[in-house]
Design a protein around this ligand. Structure first.
Ligand SMILES: [Zn+2]
Length: 238
């Protein structure tokens, strides 16, 4: 007899397998990221179908077979309706899924990541704010142990002044203008003290403050640049 495992999870990816089956990637509360097979899911009468859509929060039950985990029951908890009805929110949900897919190994339960992920989807369902994505992203990396230095220059260790600053993956965080002048040849991403302040609030998990910030477009643009820079550097070194 097979053991039946039950947990909750958010569906982050689905791919077809053969004629009627699909493999779902689900980030779960109790087992971390899982790949589970849904047999005959595409046949119309499948009872699993109602709870199996991308970005659904569902209660799932599965068995561990020889090669695959197979879904035996799925009950929808929250379909996050506002996310699926809004292209911008949907894009954020896709970016989050991609990050989880690229940076998380399978079957490593992490209550902190589960907490961050489920609160992020709740927020995204209730608010249309781009900062929700950056809040998720930087706290996600922080949980994985990649929190950058944001208070002192990562090279000379002096307190950062409100001046032009640089983000250096290799040095582990922000560096000051003077250090940048000395070693210009390396790869950096330019940033500003305003962006660094936003990042500090994000990493202090001050959501109530962050969600009310009036962020200028140029700072959102800069946040986007340093986030993409950090993602690609981490990916290259993962
Ligand atoms: Zn310095």
């Amino acid at each position: 007899m097979f053991t039946h495992y039950r947990t909750q999870g958010i569906i982050i990816k689905k791919i077809d397998k053969g004629e009627a089956a699909r493999i779902f990637t689900i980030y779960t509360r109790d087992f971390g990221k899982l790949k589970v097979l849904a047999k005959a899911e595409r046949k119309i009468k499948s009872k699993l179908r109602a709870g199996l859509e991308l970005f659904y929060l569902s209660e799932i039950e599965f068995i561990q077979g020889k090669n695959y985990k197979t879904l035996t029951d799925v009950v929808l908890i929250d379909s996050f309706q506002s996310i699926r009805e809004d292209l911008e929110r949907l894009k954020i949900a896709y970016k989050i899924s991609e990050i989880l897919d690229n940076f998380i190994k399978e079957e490593q339960a992490d209550k902190k990541i589960w907490g961050l992920l489920s609160e992020t989807f709740d927020r995204l369902n209730n608010l249309k704010l781009e900062i929700i994505y950056y809040y998720f992203l930087w706290n996600f990396f922080s949980i994985l142990g990649y929190q950058p230095e944001l208070y002192l220059c990562s090279i000379c260790q002096n307190k950062l002044a409100p001046e032009k600053l640089y983000f250096s993956y290799k040095d582990g965080g922000i560096i000051c203008s003077r250090c940048f002048e000395k070693i210009k040849s390396e790869e950096f991403e330019a940033t500003t003290s305003e962006t660094v302040k936003i990042l500090r609030l994000i990493l202090k998990r001050k959501w109530e403050v962050v969600k009310h910030l009036k962020i200028e477009n140029k700072n959102i643009e800069n946040l986007k640049n340093i986030s993409n820079y950090y993602i690609s550097e981490l990916q290259n070194n993962f």
